[in-house]
Write a protein that binds this ligand. Structure first.
Ligand code: E4P
Length: 215
């Protein structure tokens, strides 16, 4: 399973990279807005730091506008992946981008049929937003289960990128289901590592070790 970080904050990306387990980055317009910086500059900084896929979202909602933005964004770096909303014009643009060899991440997916359509359009990644479904008292993880089954039935190559992750259980369940990628907020990365029994166990080992000579 690949781990992407879901942020546009360069310091968070740097820290996640230091962990040695970072495979890529996803951004979106809301995350970009939080930086208060110019989007292009932020993307340049991220791509200079991370070799893996970096998703950059288009703002246009018509096919031609999406393609124009995509063609500008891919000039930033070779690892830019074009993030396109799951709307009709978005899928039309994905089909063209796929034929041009440009990688895409179809975002704002909330149903299995949407994921099926994105795969048929030739998306590189599909991003189902599980946390936002949970927020509406639906079970986001059931959507992942459905997409995994559908993509396996037809051997679609589109990778399932689990998005809108809120806590470690989301990551665990996505991994059990065999999702290809989890895009994880910085705050959750640390929680994946921590366990109070690890901390208390280590403290005890270290204090016991002081009771005898080392050699
Ligand atoms: C995915 O690519 C999105 O950037 C993100 O996961 C959305 O998460 P949110 O629902 O926490 O905003």
């Amino acid at each position: 399973m690949e781990f992407f970080i879901d942020t546009a904050d360069i310091e968070e990306i740097r820290q996640a990279k230091e962990l040695g387990i970072l495979d890529g980055v996803t951004t979106n317009p809301s995350l970009m807005a939080k930086t208060g910086k110019n989007t292009r500059k932020v993307l340049e900084e991220i791509c200079a730091l991370v070799q893996g896929p970096v998703s950059a979202e288009v703002l246009a909602t018509d096919k031609e506008g999406i393609l124009k933005e995509a063609h500008e964004l891919v000039k930033i770096a070779d690892n830019i992946v074009i993030k396109v909303p799951l709307i009709s014009d978005g899928l039309k643009a994905v089909r063209v981008l796929a034929s041009e060899g440009i990688q895409t991440n179809v975002t704002l997916c909330f149903s299995a049929t949407q994921a099926l359509m994105a795969a048929k359009a030739g998306a590189t990644y599909i991003s189902p937003f599980i946390g936002r479904l949970d927020d509406l008292s639906q079970t986001g993880m059931e959507l992942i289960e459905d997409i995994v089954a559908i993509y396996q039935n037809y051997q679609f190559e589109t990778k399932i990128l689990v998005a809108s992750i809120r806590h470690p259980v989301h990551v665990k369940e996505a991994a059990i289901l065999g999702a290809d990628v989890a895009t994880i907020p910085f705050s959750v990365f640390d929680k994946l590592i921590q366990h109070p029994l690890t901390d208390s166990g280590l403290a005890k080992f270290l204090s016991d070790a002081k009771k005898i000579p080392l050699s």
